[in-house]
Write a protein that binds this ligand. Structure first.
Ligand code: SF4
Ligand code: SF4
Length: 300
């Protein structure tokens, strides 16, 4: 089994399923949600991130980089041109300010299991386990299948957080064997979905529908983005879809936050700022979903 690019192993997580968990973040995603909290997950390969607020302006990286990916602006600040970067790592070793970080490391399943086993006792005592997230874990079916099986051999509960955009046939057996599934569902209008995420939503809806027929422990998560998907019409359509096409009734609404903005800037990507919904708006949407027959859950 080839190693897989993992960008974080987050221990003692309590927001990614039941109990205390370790979350394994895979690299690679087909969506480009403009509000993404983990834009470092989009590319399949490792990527350099540059944090300007840590930079002292010493210029070591400008000298070290043969690709002209680090240039000094007229105002003296360092500009990272991500499109020039080949991720050679030369600038990492010369930066005295820890202003550069590579996201993503090729890890074998044995290497991941070694980390996961460290918190085995917490999983057992809290009813927790391991959550596979990303990025999109189902874009790595062979690796995910084996990692899930290795966890189950030790009695470790498993969960997947997914955007639901993947090849269902390649992942069907894994879906049936995962203990909990969290599918993101964002925008019910397909053209609008494409406008904000880069893809239409037909495959996502079809995958959620098909998954609900072979796994009865599925939650739907909705990131609530002001002015994008927070309309009554969108939430009502979402609930009606779940009731009509699936057996899923548990929904978690997650208010947009701005944690992804700094990462987008650090990756040299343009960052789009949205407005965080108010608590009153979140309550209003939760109430609407309850009226539509949904059960509101929270892992916060
Ligand atoms: S990692 Fe990228 S920015 Fe750093 S030296 Fe290599 S090419 Fe240049
Ligand atoms: S080496 Fe580090 S501190 Fe020096 S200019 Fe480059 S990013 Fe800034």
């Amino acid at each position: 089994m080839k190693p897989c690019n993992i960008f974080q192993l987050q221990r003692l997580s309590v927001n990614d399923g039941e109990g205390i968990r370790t979350t394994v973040f895979f690299k690679g995603c087909a969506l480009r949600c403009q509000w993404c909290a983990n834009p470092e997950s989009w590319a399949f390969d490792a990527q350099l991130m540059f944090f300007p607020h840590k930079c002292t302006g010493c210029g070591n990286c400008v000298i070290a980089c043969k690709q002209e990916a680090n240039v000094r602006n007229n105002d003296g600040a360092i500009n990272f041109i991500s499109s020039n970067c080949i991720n050679c790592g030369a600038c990492l070793t010369v930066c005295p300010a820890d202003a550069r970080q590579v996201m993503g490391e090729e890890l074998t399943i044995d290497a991941v299991m070694t980390q996961l086993k460290k918190d085995y006792i917490f999983y057992l005592e809290s009813g927790g386990g391991v959550t596979f997230s990303g990025g999109e874990p189902f874009l790595h079916p062979e690796y995910l299948r084996l990692l899930n099986a290795r966890c189950h051999q030790l009695g470790i509960n498993t969960a997947v957080e997914s955007c639901a955009y993947f090849d269902f046939a390649a992942c069907q057996d894994i879906i049936a064997n995962i203990d909990q599934l969290f599918f993101d569902l964002k925008i019910m209008d397909s053209a609008r979905h494409k406008q904000y995420t880069g893809v239409t939503n037909e495959r996502i809806l079809a995958n959620i529908e098909a998954a609900s027929k072979i796994n009865d422990n599925i939650f739907v998560r909705v990131p609530v983005i002001t002015g994008v998907n927070d309309s009554d019409e969108n939430m009502s359509a979402l609930a009606k879809f779940l009731l009509a096409k699936t057996s899923i009734t548990r929904v978690e609404l997650l208010p947009y936050h701005k944690l992804g903005l700094e990462k987008m800037t650090a990756l040299g990507m343009p960052a789009v700022v949205f407005e965080t919904p108010s608590e009153a708006k979140m309550e209003e949407l939760n109430s609407l979903l309850v009226r539509e027959g949904m059960t509101i859950v929270s892992f916060k």
